[in-house]
Design a binder for this molecule. Structure first.
Ligand SMILES: *Cc1c(COP(=O)(O)O)cnc(C)c1O
Length: 380
């Protein structure tokens, strides 16, 4: 099966991890700071805070903003559930904005219609790897005194108007899950220029305790203070070693993803049943996903039949995503309903994600293209 995404691992990555496994510090060691500094330099922000997952990064961001019960945070309907769950972890309420029909990115007009006196923040999700309309979102945030957060878990290596993803919002979160651009197994990062927020998130990932194990060992002291409630959201040193090794290859990998997307774009240009998502002119797309919209008028095929047909051909297609407000948890707890985000709900019945990942050979890309072409042969 050709997966929709997967990690790429070379001998250099493996050696980097093994070296740390033979060292004194498996966790809370020197590599955390090294990875953070390297990452911040790569993005161009003052600070980067490494944590145990992209979800932990989002939770830490909500904590740093001081989201509490009664607060509302606007989240797009099309995203992974973690983008909304992080608001609920803090006792807040996610309010679901609809998406643009062409790009499936959060629609600034819908964001405006979601505003209330309780709104504290907007979480922009760079769906599929395409940066959102940050100028419009920042404008709304400024006018209403809100904080803009970027869930950039899809868009590491991307750019918006020549500014790198990770530098576009007050807080920007990343995931290093194996399907993402670079991996640490599990892992995440938040980038920011705000030192106070960075410090709050470092406390938060370590139980709310002011010093970590290594700092106490260096000082020769047993004393520490817990000043607020935190979690254990630490990343290990061997994961950071892997992250640094992978980060070196990011530019090359983004180019590979963009090349695959170019081949798909060219191949599907003449197929009336397949429409790739719209790419805006002012972005450098990082292509975490390659999403097509199926235009099935004039065929007797359904999304589900096409999905299974791909799977039977050994192509691990997927659907990203079931709109978050349609999940039973949100319907039961937050009374969300069918019909509240019509664009997202309609898109969900028409989209399919095709395989795209670093190290995907052109043979495999051609095979996927041939399968897409042959899908419709006997159905028009
Ligand atoms: C992957 C992902 C997350 C969560 O990251 P984990 O590292 O799996 O916790 C959050 N938001 C989006 C948009 C993602 O794609």
């Amino acid at each position: 099966m050709i997966p929709y995404s997967r990690h790429h691992m070379d001998d250099e990555d493996i050696k980097a991890v093994v070296d740390v496994l033979r060292s004194d510090w498996l966790t809370t060691g020197p590599l955390i700071e090294e990875f953070e500094e390297e990452f911040a330099r790569c993005i161009g922000t003052k600070h980067a805070v490494a944590v145990s997952s992209g979800t932990a990064a989002l939770h830490a961001a909500m904590h740093a903003l001081g989201i509490v019960q009664g607060d509302e945070v606007i989240v797009p309907a099309i995203t992974f559930v973690a983008s909304a769950n992080c608001v609920v972890y803090q006792g807040g309420t996610p309010v679901f904005a609809d998406v643009d029909p062409g790009t499936l990115l959060i629609d600034p007009a819908s964001v405006e219609s979601c505003l209330s006196s309780k709104t504290k923040a907007i979480i922009a999700v760079d769906f599929a790897g395409q940066p959102c309309d940050y100028d419009a979102l920042e404008d709304i945030a400024e006018r209403h005194n809100l904080v803009l957060v970027a869930d950039a878990c899809h868009s590491l290596g991307g750019r918006y108007k020549d500014k790198p993803v990770g530098s576009l919002a007050a807080l920007n979160t990343f995931s290093f899950h194996p399907v993402k651009h670079i991996t640490t197994g599990e892992g995440g990062m938040i980038t920011t220029d705000d030192q106070r927020m960075a410090e709050r998130m470092r406390l938060f990932r370590n139980h709310g305790i002011t010093t970590d194990h290594r700092q106490r060992a260096q000082k020769g002291s047993w004393f520490y203070e817990m000043v607020e409630l935190g979690y254990n959201y630490r990343i290990t040193d061997f994961q950071c070693a892997l992250g640094m090794s992978q980060l070196k290859k990011l530019p090359k990998w983004v180019e590979q993803r963009r090349e695959i997307a170019r081949l798909y774009d060219n191949a599907f240009f003449n197929i009336p049943f397949v429409k790739p998502l719209r790419v805006k002119g002012d972005v450098f797309h990082a292509y975490h996903l390659y999403v097509i919209r199926l235009i099935l008028d004039g065929t007797d095929l359904t999304q589900e039949e096409i999905f299974h047909s791909f799977r039977e051909s050994g192509i691990g297609v997927n659907v990203h995503y079931i709109p978050v407000h349609l999940h039973p948890y949100y319907r039961n707890k937050f009374m969300t309903t069918v019909g509240q985000c019509p664009v997202a709900e309609d898109a969900y019945t028409k989209i399919i994600s095709l395989p795209i990942f670093q190290g995907m050979t052109f043979d495999k890309v051609d095979y996927v293209i041939e399968c897409v072409k042959s899908l419709f042969k006997n159905h028009v």
